[in-house]
Design a protein. Structure first.
Length: 95
């Protein structure tokens, strides 16, 4: 079973502040915590990734993570750190 990216983001907004950096749409099949590019490359297409910034400590490392998520056809990324991405390859949100 999958849900739309928009529906999941709306659900999160009910209880949390979430900023849209790069919007998008699509189906989400799974949500997974991801902290590095190697793990991101192994995700199934349609996964909505969440990163806390525990491993990704610089904007450049965040951009590498985004590139890897794009390669795996991730549904998007929720960033829970203060990092600022320059890569805009997938839907991006900040909490």
């Amino acid at each position: 079973m999958s849900a739309s990216l928009e529906a999941l983001i709306d659900f999160i907004r009910e209880n949390h502040t979430i900023e849209e950096i790069v919007g998008g749409s699509g189906c989400v099949s799974w949500v997974s915590q991801v902290e590095d590019a190697e793990t991101a490359r192994s995700l199934e297409p349609g996964t909505l990734a969440v990163t806390s910034g525990l491993v990704v400590k610089t904007d450049n490392e965040l951009d590498e993570l985004i590139k890897a998520l794009s390669e795996s056809r991730a549904a998007g990324l929720i960033i829970t750190s203060g990092l600022t991405p320059t890569e805009k390859l997938i839907p991006l949100f900040r909490m």
